[in-house]
Structures are given as structure tokens and as C-alpha cells.
Ligand binder design. Structure first.
Ligand code: PEP
Length: 248
């Protein structure tokens, strides 16, 4: 997969009337050197894929269950996402960890399930503000990375997103030095944890990425792209971020 990735996480936003944003993105971008990925709510994946496939835009889910099928009311399996047209799935997002009590072990099982059906897993790690203030940022993301990667993880179907919890949806962004420090640490840690291909695992930064700060963030070493929440909801906000990545 190309290393540059601009991923949009629509979270629990979007109904069919919002799919027009994908038409606008499709019309605006045709650069195969950048993976443009949209992760809409599960209800829109199939329709989003019908719009995106022809334009070379990838579609992903925001979570999956670790089991292949069964009595898990309200959940979605990895195979179901794949069947609906998803090629990627976000796993271990801090909102899932907070809202649903997901542990690193849960995330590890989900990554294994996702990769088993062919999905590329986007593993999210990130520290809270209290943990950063206590000087624990690297220890926290290191522990999340170690605990969330299943045995035999496939590096070629793995992306890691550094998403400091305190930067998500807040307008606050770490300094470029802080981003660089964590990304360098993640790159080095992956080399110890992944048997083959660690150097090729894309590392995304996520947390209040906007058109105004994207180019600076993409200039940081070991930043291969972004996972974008709020600014991915409209083509007007997301397009300039994708363009900044193309130009990085
Ligand atoms: C996210 O939820 O993954 C995220 C990065 O959100 P935002 O861009 O809105 O901070």
C-alpha cells in the first residue's frame, strides 16, 4: 500500500444526504500516491463504497467484533465490513476504549479478526493529558502498542495512528517535536514487535488536524498521514488536508 494515507473518521455522523460529500471528494482527487480513506458509520459503508470505488477512494469501518459471527446483538463482524465494501477498519479508537471499556486484549483480538478476512487494521494509540503531564506519554503508547498487536500480526495490513486523547476534537495539537518524538518511538518499537515489514507500517497522526496545520504536521519525520475526525465530514475541509499530504 502507498505510505501516504489521509483517513477520515466520520464517527457517529452521517446519513444518506451526506454522501454528496464523497461525490465532491471523488471529483477533486485522483492521486494514486495518496490513499484517501473514508470511514463512515456502518450504515453507509455499502453506499459509500459504490461512490468511492470508481474514484479510487477506500472505505473503512470504525470498529468490528472479534468473533466471526454469533449472538452479539448490535455488533458487526470483520467479514460483514469486508462484505459491505470496507478494506480498512479503525480499531482501539480512544472513544471505543472510553465508551465501551475496550482493553488492549480486546483490540488485539479485533486486529487478528480483521486481518484474517483481509482488512487493513488502523490501530489507535494515545495518552491522556494527565499521562502526558506526568511524563508517561511514551510509556502509555508503548504499552498500548505491545498489548494491542496480536501474535503474527501482518505488517502489510497494519497502520498505527498516534492519537493523543487530549487532542481529539479539542482544537489542541501537540507540538511538532512531541509528534516527532512519539512517531519515532512508534517506528522503533514496531521494529521490535513485528517480525517483518515494520519499517513499512504507515504511521498516522490524529487529533485536531485541519487545513491550517496539516502541512506542518506532514513535514514531521515518520508522519505518513493523518486520521481526521471533524475535518473529514465535508469535502471542503478534508480536501485541503489531502492536498497537503500530496505535496508533503
Ligand atoms: C479522531 O477522532 O480520530 C480525530 C482525530 O478527531 P478530530 O480530528 O476531530 O480531532
Amino acid at each position: 500500500m502507498p505510505r501516504k494515507i489521509a483517513a477520515g473518521n466520520w464517527k457517529m455522523n452521517g446519513t444518506s444526504s451526506d454522501l454528496v460529500e464523497l461525490d465532491k471528494l471523488a471529483a477533486a482527487h485522483a492521486d494514486p500516491s495518496v490513499v484517501m480513506l473514508i470511514c463512515p458509520p456502518a450504515t453507509l459503508i455499502e453506499r459509500a463504497d459504490r461512490i468511492c470505488a470508481a474514484a479510487g477512494i477506500a472505505v473503512g469501518g470504525q470498529d468490528c467484533h472479534a468473533a466471526a459471527s454469533g449472538a452479539h446483538t448490535g455488533d458487526t463482524s470483520a467479514q460483514m465490513l469486508w462484505d459491505a465494501g470496507a478494506a480498512y477498519v479503525i480499531l482501539g479508537h480512544s472513544e471505543r476504549r472510553a465508551d465501551h471499556g475496550e482493553t488492549d486484549a480486546d483490540v488485539s483480538a479485533k486486529i487478528a479478526a480483521a486481518q484474517a478476512v483481509g482488512l487493513t487494521a488502523i490501530l489507535c494509540v494515545g495518552e491522556s493529558l494527565a499521562q502526558r503531564d506526568a511524563g508517561q506519554a511514551l510509556a502509555v503508547v508503548g504499552a498500548q502498542l505491545r498489548g494491542s498487536l496480536p501474535d503474527g500480526v501482518a505488517a502489510d495490513r497494519l497502520i498505527v495512528a498516534y492519537e493523543p486523547v487530549w487532542a481529539i476534537g479539542t482544537g489542541k495539537v501537540p507540538t511538532l517535536e512531541q509528534i516527532g518524538e512519539v512517531h519515532g518511538f512508534l517506528r522503533a518499537s514496531l521494529a521490535d514487535l513485528v517480525a517483518e515489514g515494520a519499517a513499512d507500517v504507515p504511521l498516522l497522526y490524529g487529533g485536531s488536524v485541519k487545513a491550517a496545520n496539516a502541512a506542518d504536521i506532514f513535514g514531521v519525520a515518520d508522519v505518513d498521514g493523518a486520521l481526521v475526525g471533524g475535518a473529514s465530514l465535508t469535502a471542503a475541509d478534508f480536501s485541503p488536508i489531502v492536498t497537503a499530504l500530496q505535496n508533503a
